[in-house]
Design a protein around this ligand. Structure first.
Ligand code: ADP
Length: 625
Protein backbone atom coordinates (compact mmCIF):
# COMPACT_ATOMS: atom_id res chain seq x y z
CA UNK A 1 0.00 0.00 0.00
CA UNK A 2 1.29 3.37 -0.86
CA UNK A 3 1.37 5.95 1.83
CA UNK A 4 0.18 9.28 0.57
CA UNK A 5 0.38 12.59 2.24
CA UNK A 6 0.09 16.25 1.68
CA UNK A 7 3.11 18.07 2.85
CA UNK A 8 1.18 21.20 2.11
CA UNK A 9 -1.08 20.71 5.15
CA UNK A 10 1.32 22.38 7.50
CA UNK A 11 3.28 24.12 4.88
CA UNK A 12 1.06 25.82 2.42
CA UNK A 13 3.70 28.34 1.55
CA UNK A 14 6.91 26.43 1.52
CA UNK A 15 6.82 25.05 -2.00
CA UNK A 16 5.88 28.23 -3.79
CA UNK A 17 8.57 30.02 -1.80
CA UNK A 18 11.23 27.49 -2.67
CA UNK A 19 10.06 27.46 -6.25
CA UNK A 20 10.14 31.18 -6.71
CA UNK A 21 13.27 31.44 -4.69
CA UNK A 22 14.52 34.95 -5.17
CA UNK A 23 17.88 33.77 -4.24
CA UNK A 24 20.47 34.66 -6.83
CA UNK A 25 22.29 31.43 -6.28
CA UNK A 26 20.07 28.49 -7.14
CA UNK A 27 23.16 26.43 -7.77
CA UNK A 28 23.50 25.64 -4.11
CA UNK A 29 20.85 22.89 -4.28
CA UNK A 30 23.52 20.63 -5.72
CA UNK A 31 25.88 21.40 -2.90
CA UNK A 32 23.14 20.50 -0.42
CA UNK A 33 22.47 17.15 -2.07
CA UNK A 34 26.11 16.22 -2.50
CA UNK A 35 26.78 17.22 1.12
CA UNK A 36 23.91 14.99 2.24
CA UNK A 37 25.36 12.14 0.18
CA UNK A 38 28.75 12.69 1.74
CA UNK A 39 27.22 12.80 5.25
CA UNK A 40 25.39 9.54 4.55
CA UNK A 41 28.67 7.87 3.62
CA UNK A 42 30.41 9.31 6.63
CA UNK A 43 27.71 7.94 8.92
CA UNK A 44 28.05 4.49 7.44
CA UNK A 45 31.81 4.60 7.66
CA UNK A 46 31.48 5.51 11.31
CA UNK A 47 29.06 2.65 12.01
CA UNK A 48 31.38 0.27 10.21
CA UNK A 49 34.35 1.50 12.21
CA UNK A 50 32.61 0.91 15.53
CA UNK A 51 31.34 -2.50 14.39
CA UNK A 52 27.66 -1.53 14.17
CA UNK A 53 27.57 -2.16 10.45
CA UNK A 54 29.21 -5.35 9.26
CA UNK A 55 30.71 -6.46 5.94
CA UNK A 56 30.63 -3.03 4.40
CA UNK A 57 32.58 -2.67 1.18
CA UNK A 58 34.22 0.70 1.45
CA UNK A 59 34.31 1.62 -2.17
CA UNK A 60 32.52 4.82 -1.24
CA UNK A 61 31.52 7.20 -4.01
CA UNK A 62 29.00 9.79 -5.10
CA UNK A 63 27.56 9.94 -8.60
CA UNK A 64 25.96 12.92 -10.23
CA UNK A 65 24.16 11.79 -13.36
CA UNK A 66 22.55 13.89 -16.08
CA UNK A 67 19.93 12.23 -18.27
CA UNK A 68 19.01 14.67 -20.98
CA UNK A 69 16.36 12.44 -22.52
CA UNK A 70 14.48 11.92 -19.28
CA UNK A 71 15.29 15.48 -18.21
CA UNK A 72 16.56 14.30 -14.88
CA UNK A 73 19.53 15.07 -12.72
CA UNK A 74 20.35 12.65 -9.94
CA UNK A 75 22.72 12.44 -7.02
CA UNK A 76 23.41 9.00 -5.62
CA UNK A 77 25.58 7.62 -2.89
CA UNK A 78 26.42 4.26 -1.37
CA UNK A 79 26.09 5.53 2.16
CA UNK A 80 23.85 4.64 5.04
CA UNK A 81 20.51 4.74 3.16
CA UNK A 82 17.10 5.14 4.82
CA UNK A 83 14.36 2.81 5.99
CA UNK A 84 10.72 3.72 5.55
CA UNK A 85 10.56 5.10 9.07
CA UNK A 86 13.66 7.11 8.49
CA UNK A 87 12.27 8.67 5.32
CA UNK A 88 9.15 9.60 7.26
CA UNK A 89 11.14 11.05 10.07
CA UNK A 90 14.01 12.70 8.23
CA UNK A 91 12.43 13.77 4.98
CA UNK A 92 8.77 14.27 5.80
CA UNK A 93 9.38 15.85 9.15
CA UNK A 94 12.88 16.95 10.06
CA UNK A 95 14.03 18.12 6.65
CA UNK A 96 10.76 19.87 6.13
CA UNK A 97 10.75 21.70 9.41
CA UNK A 98 14.39 22.53 8.86
CA UNK A 99 13.51 24.06 5.52
CA UNK A 100 10.63 25.94 7.12
CA UNK A 101 12.86 27.31 9.82
CA UNK A 102 15.34 28.34 7.25
CA UNK A 103 12.78 30.13 5.15
CA UNK A 104 11.41 31.93 8.18
CA UNK A 105 14.88 33.00 9.14
CA UNK A 106 15.57 34.00 5.59
CA UNK A 107 12.48 36.16 5.62
CA UNK A 108 13.45 37.93 8.80
CA UNK A 109 17.01 38.28 7.61
CA UNK A 110 15.90 39.61 4.28
CA UNK A 111 18.44 42.42 4.35
CA UNK A 112 21.24 39.96 4.79
CA UNK A 113 20.05 37.62 2.15
CA UNK A 114 19.79 40.04 -0.71
CA UNK A 115 22.33 40.26 -3.43
CA UNK A 116 25.48 38.30 -4.06
CA UNK A 117 26.96 39.44 -0.76
CA UNK A 118 24.06 38.08 1.20
CA UNK A 119 24.03 34.96 3.24
CA UNK A 120 27.41 33.39 3.30
CA UNK A 121 26.60 29.93 4.48
CA UNK A 122 23.45 29.03 2.69
CA UNK A 123 23.24 25.83 4.61
CA UNK A 124 19.95 25.06 6.13
CA UNK A 125 17.48 24.70 3.32
CA UNK A 126 18.88 21.24 2.73
CA UNK A 127 17.11 18.54 0.82
CA UNK A 128 14.10 20.66 -0.15
CA UNK A 129 16.30 23.10 -2.03
CA UNK A 130 16.09 20.55 -4.85
CA UNK A 131 12.65 21.98 -5.60
CA UNK A 132 14.32 25.20 -6.71
CA UNK A 133 15.05 23.48 -10.01
CA UNK A 134 12.75 20.43 -10.03
CA UNK A 135 9.02 19.91 -10.57
CA UNK A 136 9.26 16.46 -9.01
CA UNK A 137 11.84 14.83 -6.80
CA UNK A 138 12.21 11.09 -6.21
CA UNK A 139 14.13 9.34 -3.49
CA UNK A 140 15.11 5.76 -4.06
CA UNK A 141 16.84 4.44 -1.00
CA UNK A 142 17.85 1.28 0.77
CA UNK A 143 19.17 1.18 4.28
CA UNK A 144 22.43 -0.63 5.07
CA UNK A 145 20.25 -2.85 7.31
CA UNK A 146 17.96 -5.56 5.95
CA UNK A 147 15.01 -3.20 5.77
CA UNK A 148 13.25 -3.08 2.39
CA UNK A 149 13.98 -0.37 -0.12
CA UNK A 150 11.79 2.72 -0.20
CA UNK A 151 10.64 4.89 -3.07
CA UNK A 152 9.39 8.37 -2.24
CA UNK A 153 8.18 10.87 -4.77
CA UNK A 154 6.95 14.39 -4.33
CA UNK A 155 5.72 17.09 -6.67
CA UNK A 156 6.34 20.77 -6.34
CA UNK A 157 2.85 21.33 -4.99
CA UNK A 158 3.80 19.31 -1.95
CA UNK A 159 1.99 16.01 -2.63
CA UNK A 160 4.14 13.04 -1.81
CA UNK A 161 3.74 9.30 -2.17
CA UNK A 162 5.83 6.59 -0.57
CA UNK A 163 5.93 2.93 -1.67
CA UNK A 164 8.27 0.00 -1.38
CA UNK A 165 11.19 0.56 -3.69
CA UNK A 166 13.17 -1.69 -6.01
CA UNK A 167 16.65 -0.53 -5.14
CA UNK A 168 18.84 -3.52 -4.36
CA UNK A 169 22.05 -1.91 -3.24
CA UNK A 170 22.67 0.09 -0.12
CA UNK A 171 22.47 3.87 -0.48
CA UNK A 172 20.30 6.69 -1.74
CA UNK A 173 19.53 8.19 -5.10
CA UNK A 174 17.83 11.57 -5.31
CA UNK A 175 16.39 12.20 -8.76
CA UNK A 176 15.21 15.63 -9.82
CA UNK A 177 12.83 15.97 -12.75
CA UNK A 178 14.15 19.31 -13.85
CA UNK A 179 11.56 22.05 -14.44
CA UNK A 180 11.12 23.38 -17.97
CA UNK A 181 12.43 26.76 -16.86
CA UNK A 182 15.60 25.30 -15.37
CA UNK A 183 16.85 23.11 -18.20
CA UNK A 184 20.33 24.61 -17.95
CA UNK A 185 20.80 22.21 -15.03
CA UNK A 186 20.95 19.42 -17.58
CA UNK A 187 24.06 20.92 -19.17
CA UNK A 188 27.23 19.13 -18.25
CA UNK A 189 29.26 22.34 -18.22
CA UNK A 190 26.85 23.94 -15.77
CA UNK A 191 26.89 20.98 -13.40
CA UNK A 192 30.67 20.64 -13.68
CA UNK A 193 31.02 24.31 -12.82
CA UNK A 194 28.83 24.02 -9.72
CA UNK A 195 30.57 20.89 -8.54
CA UNK A 196 33.92 22.54 -9.19
CA UNK A 197 32.95 25.51 -7.10
CA UNK A 198 31.40 23.80 -4.10
CA UNK A 199 32.59 20.23 -4.05
CA UNK A 200 36.19 20.31 -5.28
CA UNK A 201 37.60 19.22 -1.94
CA UNK A 202 34.96 16.95 -0.50
CA UNK A 203 36.25 13.77 0.97
CA UNK A 204 34.61 11.05 -1.11
CA UNK A 205 35.16 10.74 -4.85
CA UNK A 206 32.45 12.45 -6.89
CA UNK A 207 31.83 11.34 -10.48
CA UNK A 208 29.92 13.25 -13.11
CA UNK A 209 28.22 11.20 -15.80
CA UNK A 210 26.04 12.13 -18.75
CA UNK A 211 23.87 9.21 -19.83
CA UNK A 212 24.80 8.11 -23.33
CA UNK A 213 28.02 10.07 -23.45
CA UNK A 214 31.08 8.03 -24.26
CA UNK A 215 34.31 8.66 -22.48
CA UNK A 216 37.36 9.55 -24.52
CA UNK A 217 39.40 6.55 -25.69
CA UNK A 218 43.07 5.79 -25.75
CA UNK A 219 45.10 3.12 -27.52
CA UNK A 220 46.54 0.09 -25.77
CA UNK A 221 48.20 -3.12 -26.87
CA UNK A 222 46.42 -6.34 -25.92
CA UNK A 223 47.98 -9.67 -24.95
CA UNK A 224 48.26 -10.71 -28.62
CA UNK A 225 50.14 -7.58 -29.46
CA UNK A 226 47.20 -5.92 -31.27
CA UNK A 227 46.48 -2.28 -30.85
CA UNK A 228 43.05 -1.75 -29.35
CA UNK A 229 41.00 1.24 -28.30
CA UNK A 230 40.16 1.40 -24.63
CA UNK A 231 37.85 3.86 -22.94
CA UNK A 232 39.53 6.17 -20.44
CA UNK A 233 38.78 5.52 -16.84
CA UNK A 234 36.34 7.96 -15.28
CA UNK A 235 38.09 10.29 -12.91
CA UNK A 236 36.50 11.93 -9.88
CA UNK A 237 35.93 15.65 -10.21
CA UNK A 238 37.27 16.36 -6.74
CA UNK A 239 40.48 16.22 -4.79
CA UNK A 240 39.57 14.10 -1.81
CA UNK A 241 42.67 15.04 0.13
CA UNK A 242 42.96 18.80 0.01
CA UNK A 243 46.35 20.06 0.96
CA UNK A 244 45.15 22.13 3.91
CA UNK A 245 43.91 18.99 5.63
CA UNK A 246 47.37 17.45 5.61
CA UNK A 247 50.04 17.87 8.17
CA UNK A 248 52.34 20.71 7.02
CA UNK A 249 55.37 18.51 7.57
CA UNK A 250 54.04 16.14 4.93
CA UNK A 251 53.49 18.75 2.24
CA UNK A 252 56.13 19.70 -0.28
CA UNK A 253 56.92 23.07 -1.74
CA UNK A 254 55.79 21.77 -5.12
CA UNK A 255 52.43 20.71 -3.71
CA UNK A 256 51.81 24.13 -2.20
CA UNK A 257 52.62 25.85 -5.48
CA UNK A 258 50.56 23.44 -7.53
CA UNK A 259 47.60 23.83 -5.22
CA UNK A 260 47.87 27.61 -5.48
CA UNK A 261 47.96 27.60 -9.25
CA UNK A 262 45.05 25.22 -9.51
CA UNK A 263 42.81 26.97 -7.04
CA UNK A 264 43.57 30.57 -7.96
CA UNK A 265 44.29 30.21 -11.68
CA UNK A 266 47.56 32.08 -11.30
CA UNK A 267 50.44 31.02 -13.55
CA UNK A 268 52.98 32.60 -11.28
CA UNK A 269 54.36 30.95 -8.22
CA UNK A 270 53.27 32.61 -5.00
CA UNK A 271 56.00 34.45 -3.08
CA UNK A 272 55.48 32.30 -0.01
CA UNK A 273 52.75 30.58 1.89
CA UNK A 274 51.60 29.88 5.41
CA UNK A 275 49.93 26.64 6.37
CA UNK A 276 47.77 27.11 9.45
CA UNK A 277 46.63 24.22 11.55
CA UNK A 278 45.03 25.79 14.61
CA UNK A 279 43.87 23.44 17.32
CA UNK A 280 41.20 23.82 19.91
CA UNK A 281 39.64 26.26 20.66
CA UNK A 282 40.08 27.96 17.29
CA UNK A 283 40.06 24.77 15.33
CA UNK A 284 40.56 25.88 11.79
CA UNK A 285 42.88 24.95 8.99
CA UNK A 286 44.02 26.82 5.99
CA UNK A 287 46.75 27.87 3.62
CA UNK A 288 47.45 31.50 2.87
CA UNK A 289 49.55 32.71 -0.01
CA UNK A 290 51.35 35.96 -0.67
CA UNK A 291 50.78 36.38 -4.39
CA UNK A 292 53.38 37.88 -6.67
CA UNK A 293 52.08 41.12 -8.09
CA UNK A 294 52.81 41.74 -11.71
CA UNK A 295 52.77 45.49 -11.47
CA UNK A 296 51.84 48.04 -8.91
CA UNK A 297 48.64 48.98 -10.67
CA UNK A 298 47.26 45.52 -10.42
CA UNK A 299 44.34 45.18 -8.11
CA UNK A 300 45.49 44.31 -4.64
CA UNK A 301 42.33 42.41 -4.00
CA UNK A 302 43.15 38.93 -2.82
CA UNK A 303 40.81 36.06 -2.41
CA UNK A 304 40.11 33.93 0.61
CA UNK A 305 37.83 30.99 0.10
CA UNK A 306 35.93 29.87 3.14
CA UNK A 307 35.12 26.20 3.59
CA UNK A 308 33.01 24.39 6.10
CA UNK A 309 34.40 20.89 6.51
CA UNK A 310 35.72 20.95 2.95
CA UNK A 311 32.49 22.24 1.47
CA UNK A 312 32.94 25.58 -0.18
CA UNK A 313 30.90 28.29 1.52
CA UNK A 314 31.96 31.60 0.08
CA UNK A 315 34.62 33.63 -1.63
CA UNK A 316 36.33 36.78 -0.53
CA UNK A 317 35.75 36.61 3.15
CA UNK A 318 37.09 40.01 4.01
CA UNK A 319 35.95 39.71 7.60
CA UNK A 320 38.54 37.13 8.63
CA UNK A 321 41.49 39.26 7.58
CA UNK A 322 42.54 42.72 8.66
CA UNK A 323 42.33 45.15 5.74
CA UNK A 324 46.09 45.31 5.35
CA UNK A 325 46.23 41.61 4.52
CA UNK A 326 43.43 41.62 1.98
CA UNK A 327 45.80 40.89 -0.88
CA UNK A 328 46.40 37.41 0.48
CA UNK A 329 44.96 34.48 -1.40
CA UNK A 330 44.04 31.32 0.34
CA UNK A 331 41.66 28.77 1.73
CA UNK A 332 40.27 28.61 5.25
CA UNK A 333 38.31 25.69 6.59
CA UNK A 334 36.37 26.74 9.69
CA UNK A 335 34.08 23.99 10.95
CA UNK A 336 33.42 26.05 14.06
CA UNK A 337 31.50 28.72 12.25
CA UNK A 338 27.76 28.30 12.64
CA UNK A 339 25.95 26.92 9.65
CA UNK A 340 24.05 30.05 8.80
CA UNK A 341 26.72 32.62 8.49
CA UNK A 342 25.96 36.12 7.39
CA UNK A 343 28.36 38.96 6.82
CA UNK A 344 26.94 40.89 9.74
CA UNK A 345 27.56 37.86 11.94
CA UNK A 346 31.17 37.65 10.80
CA UNK A 347 31.72 41.33 11.39
CA UNK A 348 30.74 41.19 15.02
CA UNK A 349 31.99 37.76 15.94
CA UNK A 350 34.60 37.34 18.65
CA UNK A 351 35.51 33.97 17.14
CA UNK A 352 36.20 35.53 13.75
CA UNK A 353 38.31 38.18 15.44
CA UNK A 354 40.35 35.45 17.07
CA UNK A 355 40.85 33.79 13.70
CA UNK A 356 42.00 37.11 12.25
CA UNK A 357 44.43 37.62 15.14
CA UNK A 358 45.78 34.14 14.72
CA UNK A 359 46.34 34.74 11.02
CA UNK A 360 48.15 38.01 11.73
CA UNK A 361 50.38 36.23 14.21
CA UNK A 362 51.16 33.52 11.67
CA UNK A 363 52.01 36.10 9.02
CA UNK A 364 54.39 37.82 11.45
CA UNK A 365 55.98 34.50 12.40
CA UNK A 366 56.49 33.75 8.74
CA UNK A 367 58.15 37.09 8.04
CA UNK A 368 60.43 36.63 11.05
CA UNK A 369 61.36 33.13 10.03
CA UNK A 370 62.10 34.27 6.47
CA UNK A 371 64.33 36.99 7.89
CA UNK A 372 66.11 34.67 10.27
CA UNK A 373 66.32 31.46 8.30
CA UNK A 374 65.76 32.23 4.62
CA UNK A 375 67.37 35.60 4.29
CA UNK A 376 68.21 35.30 0.62
CA UNK A 377 64.67 34.35 -0.30
CA UNK A 378 63.32 37.09 1.89
CA UNK A 379 65.44 39.70 0.16
CA UNK A 380 64.33 38.40 -3.21
CA UNK A 381 60.68 38.93 -2.47
CA UNK A 382 61.09 42.03 -0.36
CA UNK A 383 60.31 44.46 -3.17
CA UNK A 384 57.04 42.60 -3.73
CA UNK A 385 55.93 42.54 -0.12
CA UNK A 386 57.49 45.75 1.12
CA UNK A 387 54.43 47.86 0.48
CA UNK A 388 52.14 45.49 2.39
CA UNK A 389 54.50 45.09 5.26
CA UNK A 390 54.96 48.84 5.57
CA UNK A 391 51.25 49.46 5.31
CA UNK A 392 50.56 46.80 7.92
CA UNK A 393 53.13 48.40 10.23
CA UNK A 394 51.46 51.77 9.87
CA UNK A 395 47.98 50.34 10.39
CA UNK A 396 48.64 47.99 13.26
CA UNK A 397 51.06 48.72 16.05
CA UNK A 398 50.95 45.10 17.18
CA UNK A 399 51.96 43.92 13.74
CA UNK A 400 54.80 46.42 13.71
CA UNK A 401 56.01 45.36 17.15
CA UNK A 402 56.10 41.74 16.07
CA UNK A 403 58.05 42.25 12.85
CA UNK A 404 60.09 45.39 13.48
CA UNK A 405 63.37 43.52 13.80
CA UNK A 406 62.78 41.80 10.48
CA UNK A 407 62.14 44.94 8.47
CA UNK A 408 64.86 45.47 5.91
CA UNK A 409 65.93 48.46 3.88
CA UNK A 410 67.57 48.45 0.50
CA UNK A 411 70.63 50.62 0.24
CA UNK A 412 71.74 52.51 -2.85
CA UNK A 413 74.27 49.69 -3.33
CA UNK A 414 71.51 47.09 -3.51
CA UNK A 415 72.32 45.63 -0.11
CA UNK A 416 69.59 44.94 2.45
CA UNK A 417 69.97 46.02 6.06
CA UNK A 418 67.72 45.80 9.07
CA UNK A 419 67.68 48.67 11.55
CA UNK A 420 70.00 46.75 13.85
CA UNK A 421 72.35 45.93 11.00
CA UNK A 422 72.45 49.53 9.81
CA UNK A 423 73.22 50.72 13.29
CA UNK A 424 75.87 48.09 13.77
CA UNK A 425 77.37 49.19 10.49
CA UNK A 426 77.19 52.97 10.73
CA UNK A 427 76.14 53.98 14.22
CA UNK A 428 78.23 51.81 16.44
CA UNK A 429 78.78 53.30 19.89
CA UNK A 430 76.59 56.30 19.08
CA UNK A 431 73.72 57.11 21.40
CA UNK A 432 71.82 59.08 18.76
CA UNK A 433 71.58 56.74 15.81
CA UNK A 434 70.84 58.18 12.39
CA UNK A 435 69.76 56.21 9.35
CA UNK A 436 70.37 58.17 6.17
CA UNK A 437 67.94 57.76 3.34
CA UNK A 438 67.18 59.15 -0.07
CA UNK A 439 63.81 59.37 -1.74
CA UNK A 440 65.45 59.77 -5.13
CA UNK A 441 68.85 58.11 -5.52
CA UNK A 442 69.44 59.68 -8.93
CA UNK A 443 68.53 63.24 -8.09
CA UNK A 444 70.32 63.10 -4.75
CA UNK A 445 73.40 61.25 -6.02
CA UNK A 446 75.76 64.05 -4.97
CA UNK A 447 74.79 63.63 -1.33
CA UNK A 448 74.67 59.85 -1.51
CA UNK A 449 78.20 59.81 -2.86
CA UNK A 450 79.46 62.00 -0.05
CA UNK A 451 78.07 59.51 2.46
CA UNK A 452 79.42 56.59 0.51
CA UNK A 453 82.89 58.15 0.51
CA UNK A 454 82.72 58.06 4.29
CA UNK A 455 81.51 54.47 4.39
CA UNK A 456 77.97 55.36 5.45
CA UNK A 457 75.21 53.49 3.63
CA UNK A 458 72.13 55.30 2.34
CA UNK A 459 68.83 53.45 2.23
CA UNK A 460 66.27 54.09 -0.47
CA UNK A 461 62.78 55.08 0.64
CA UNK A 462 61.02 56.33 -2.43
CA UNK A 463 57.44 55.31 -1.85
CA UNK A 464 54.83 57.94 -0.96
CA UNK A 465 53.98 55.94 2.11
CA UNK A 466 57.55 55.89 3.34
CA UNK A 467 57.38 59.18 5.22
CA UNK A 468 54.61 57.75 7.41
CA UNK A 469 56.46 54.47 7.73
CA UNK A 470 59.58 56.27 8.92
CA UNK A 471 57.59 57.83 11.73
CA UNK A 472 56.39 54.39 12.86
CA UNK A 473 59.93 53.11 12.95
CA UNK A 474 61.24 56.08 14.85
CA UNK A 475 58.59 55.46 17.46
CA UNK A 476 59.49 51.81 17.66
CA UNK A 477 63.25 52.02 17.99
CA UNK A 478 64.78 54.03 20.74
CA UNK A 479 67.27 56.73 19.78
CA UNK A 480 66.99 55.98 16.09
CA UNK A 481 66.14 58.75 13.64
CA UNK A 482 65.86 58.86 9.90
CA UNK A 483 67.42 61.71 8.02
CA UNK A 484 67.27 62.38 4.36
CA UNK A 485 70.76 62.73 2.86
CA UNK A 486 70.29 66.45 2.30
CA UNK A 487 69.20 67.08 5.88
CA UNK A 488 72.32 66.63 7.92
CA UNK A 489 74.87 69.33 7.26
CA UNK A 490 77.31 68.06 9.84
CA UNK A 491 77.55 64.70 8.15
CA UNK A 492 78.35 66.26 4.80
CA UNK A 493 81.15 68.45 5.92
CA UNK A 494 84.82 67.56 5.79
CA UNK A 495 87.64 68.48 8.12
CA UNK A 496 88.11 72.13 9.02
CA UNK A 497 86.25 75.10 10.42
CA UNK A 498 83.65 77.36 8.91
CA UNK A 499 84.74 80.66 7.35
CA UNK A 500 83.02 83.97 7.54
CA UNK A 501 82.56 86.07 4.40
CA UNK A 502 79.68 88.50 4.48
CA UNK A 503 80.03 89.65 0.91
CA UNK A 504 79.81 86.08 -0.34
CA UNK A 505 76.85 85.34 1.90
CA UNK A 506 75.01 88.38 0.61
CA UNK A 507 75.78 87.43 -2.96
CA UNK A 508 74.17 84.02 -2.54
CA UNK A 509 71.17 85.25 -0.58
CA UNK A 510 70.46 87.53 -3.50
CA UNK A 511 71.06 84.77 -6.02
CA UNK A 512 68.58 82.53 -4.27
CA UNK A 513 65.96 85.23 -3.78
CA UNK A 514 65.34 83.69 -0.36
CA UNK A 515 66.39 85.89 2.54
CA UNK A 516 65.39 83.22 5.05
CA UNK A 517 68.11 80.95 3.74
CA UNK A 518 71.32 80.70 5.71
CA UNK A 519 74.65 80.65 3.96
CA UNK A 520 77.60 78.89 5.50
CA UNK A 521 81.12 78.55 4.20
CA UNK A 522 82.58 75.23 5.22
CA UNK A 523 84.83 72.58 3.77
CA UNK A 524 83.04 69.68 2.06
CA UNK A 525 84.74 66.34 1.64
CA UNK A 526 84.63 66.57 -2.15
CA UNK A 527 86.36 69.67 -3.52
CA UNK A 528 84.64 69.33 -6.91
CA UNK A 529 81.27 70.25 -5.41
CA UNK A 530 80.97 74.03 -5.14
CA UNK A 531 77.88 74.14 -2.93
CA UNK A 532 75.20 71.99 -1.32
CA UNK A 533 71.78 72.79 -0.01
CA UNK A 534 70.79 71.52 3.36
CA UNK A 535 67.12 71.40 4.42
CA UNK A 536 66.39 70.37 7.98
CA UNK A 537 64.55 67.06 8.25
CA UNK A 538 61.97 68.52 10.55
CA UNK A 539 60.99 71.45 8.38
CA UNK A 540 60.89 69.31 5.26
CA UNK A 541 58.66 66.72 6.91
CA UNK A 542 56.37 69.47 8.05
CA UNK A 543 56.13 70.80 4.52
CA UNK A 544 55.42 67.34 3.16
CA UNK A 545 52.68 66.83 5.68
CA UNK A 546 51.09 70.16 4.83
CA UNK A 547 51.30 69.26 1.19
CA UNK A 548 49.38 66.03 1.85
CA UNK A 549 46.74 67.94 3.80
CA UNK A 550 46.38 70.42 0.99
CA UNK A 551 45.98 67.58 -1.49
CA UNK A 552 43.16 66.20 0.59
CA UNK A 553 41.48 69.59 0.44
CA UNK A 554 42.18 70.86 3.93
CA UNK A 555 42.91 74.48 4.64
CA UNK A 556 46.27 74.56 6.38
CA UNK A 557 47.12 78.19 5.74
CA UNK A 558 47.15 78.91 9.48
CA UNK A 559 50.03 76.48 9.96
CA UNK A 560 53.42 77.41 8.77
CA UNK A 561 56.98 76.65 9.57
CA UNK A 562 59.79 78.39 7.76
CA UNK A 563 61.85 76.06 5.68
CA UNK A 564 65.16 75.68 7.48
CA UNK A 565 67.50 75.83 4.52
CA UNK A 566 71.23 76.32 4.61
CA UNK A 567 73.43 76.70 1.57
CA UNK A 568 76.87 75.30 2.32
CA UNK A 569 79.53 76.87 0.14
CA UNK A 570 82.48 74.58 -0.15
CA UNK A 571 85.58 76.36 1.09
CA UNK A 572 87.67 73.62 -0.53
CA UNK A 573 86.25 74.38 -3.95
CA UNK A 574 88.50 76.40 -6.27
CA UNK A 575 85.44 78.00 -7.81
CA UNK A 576 84.18 79.35 -4.47
CA UNK A 577 87.68 80.48 -3.53
CA UNK A 578 88.00 82.51 -6.72
CA UNK A 579 84.49 83.87 -6.68
CA UNK A 580 85.26 86.76 -4.29
CA UNK A 581 87.78 88.18 -6.74
CA UNK A 582 85.55 87.92 -9.82
CA UNK A 583 84.03 91.11 -11.26
CA UNK A 584 80.62 91.93 -9.90
CA UNK A 585 78.50 91.01 -12.89
CA UNK A 586 80.19 87.66 -13.43
CA UNK A 587 80.06 86.90 -9.69
CA UNK A 588 76.30 87.43 -9.79
CA UNK A 589 75.82 85.13 -12.73
CA UNK A 590 78.07 82.48 -11.25
CA UNK A 591 76.48 82.59 -7.81
CA UNK A 592 73.06 82.14 -9.37
CA UNK A 593 74.42 79.24 -11.34
CA UNK A 594 76.09 77.64 -8.33
CA UNK A 595 72.93 78.01 -6.29
CA UNK A 596 70.88 76.35 -9.02
CA UNK A 597 73.38 73.50 -9.21
CA UNK A 598 72.92 73.01 -5.47
CA UNK A 599 69.14 73.01 -5.92
CA UNK A 600 69.47 70.51 -8.73
CA UNK A 601 71.24 68.10 -6.43
CA UNK A 602 68.34 68.21 -4.07
CA UNK A 603 65.10 68.45 -5.99
CA UNK A 604 63.60 68.91 -9.41
CA UNK A 605 63.75 72.44 -10.80
CA UNK A 606 60.56 74.29 -11.56
CA UNK A 607 59.86 75.26 -15.17
CA UNK A 608 60.95 78.86 -14.56
CA UNK A 609 64.10 77.78 -12.71
CA UNK A 610 65.03 75.39 -15.48
CA UNK A 611 64.65 77.86 -18.33
CA UNK A 612 66.65 80.45 -16.44
CA UNK A 613 69.31 77.83 -15.77
CA UNK A 614 69.61 77.04 -19.46
CA UNK A 615 69.85 80.73 -20.32
CA UNK A 616 72.55 81.44 -17.72
CA UNK A 617 74.50 78.38 -18.84
CA UNK A 618 74.51 79.70 -22.37
CA UNK A 619 75.71 83.13 -21.27
CA UNK A 620 78.45 81.71 -19.13
CA UNK A 621 79.71 79.48 -21.91
CA UNK A 622 79.85 82.48 -24.24
CA UNK A 623 82.37 84.00 -21.88
CA UNK A 624 84.67 81.02 -22.34
CA UNK A 625 85.10 81.71 -26.05
P1 ADP B 1 20.45 18.26 6.96
O1 ADP B 1 21.34 17.60 5.96
O2 ADP B 1 20.89 19.65 7.29
O3 ADP B 1 20.19 17.43 8.16
P2 ADP B 1 18.48 17.90 4.95
O4 ADP B 1 17.13 18.51 4.74
O5 ADP B 1 19.41 18.09 3.85
O6 ADP B 1 19.02 18.48 6.28
O7 ADP B 1 18.29 16.38 5.21
C1 ADP B 1 17.49 15.91 6.26
C2 ADP B 1 17.87 14.53 6.67
O8 ADP B 1 17.54 13.60 5.65
C3 ADP B 1 19.34 14.31 6.89
O9 ADP B 1 19.73 14.75 8.17
C4 ADP B 1 19.46 12.82 6.73
O10 ADP B 1 19.11 12.15 7.92
C5 ADP B 1 18.43 12.53 5.68
N1 ADP B 1 19.07 12.41 4.37
C6 ADP B 1 19.12 13.35 3.41
N2 ADP B 1 19.82 12.91 2.35
C7 ADP B 1 20.24 11.66 2.65
C8 ADP B 1 21.03 10.66 1.97
N3 ADP B 1 21.54 10.89 0.74
N4 ADP B 1 21.25 9.49 2.61
C9 ADP B 1 20.74 9.26 3.83
N5 ADP B 1 20.01 10.15 4.53
C10 ADP B 1 19.76 11.34 3.95
Amino acid sequence: MAEKGGISVQTEHIFPVIKKWLYSDKDIFLRELVSNASDAIMKLRHLSAIGEAKNIDDNYSIWVVIDKEKKTLSVSDNGIGMTEDEVKKYINQIALSGALDFIQKYDSDAEDAKGPDGIIGHFGLGFYSSFMVAERVNISTKSYTDAPAVFWTCTDDGEYEMVQGDRTSRGTEITMCVSESELEYLEKSKIAEILGKYCSFMQFPIYLEVVGEELPKHKETDAQGNEIEVMDERKPINDTEPLWQKNPSQCTDEEYKEFYKKVFYDWNDPLFYIHINADYPLNFKGILYFPRLKNEYESLEGQVKLFYNRVFVADNIKEVLPDYLLMLKGVLDCPELPLNVSRSYLQGSAYVEKIANHIVKKVCDKLNSLFNVERENYEKCWSDIKTFVEYACIRDKKFFDKVKDSLIFKTTDGEYLSVAEYNENANKDKTEKVIYYTNDPVQQAVYVNLFKARGIPTVVLEHVMDSQFITSIEQGFENTKFMRVDADASALKGEGDADKNEALEKLFIEASGNDKMKVEISPLADEKIPALLNISEQSRRFEEMMHLYRLSGEDVSAYSMPQEATLILNSNSALIKKLSSADEDLAKQLSKHIYTLALLGQRKLSAAELSEFVETSGKLMEKLL
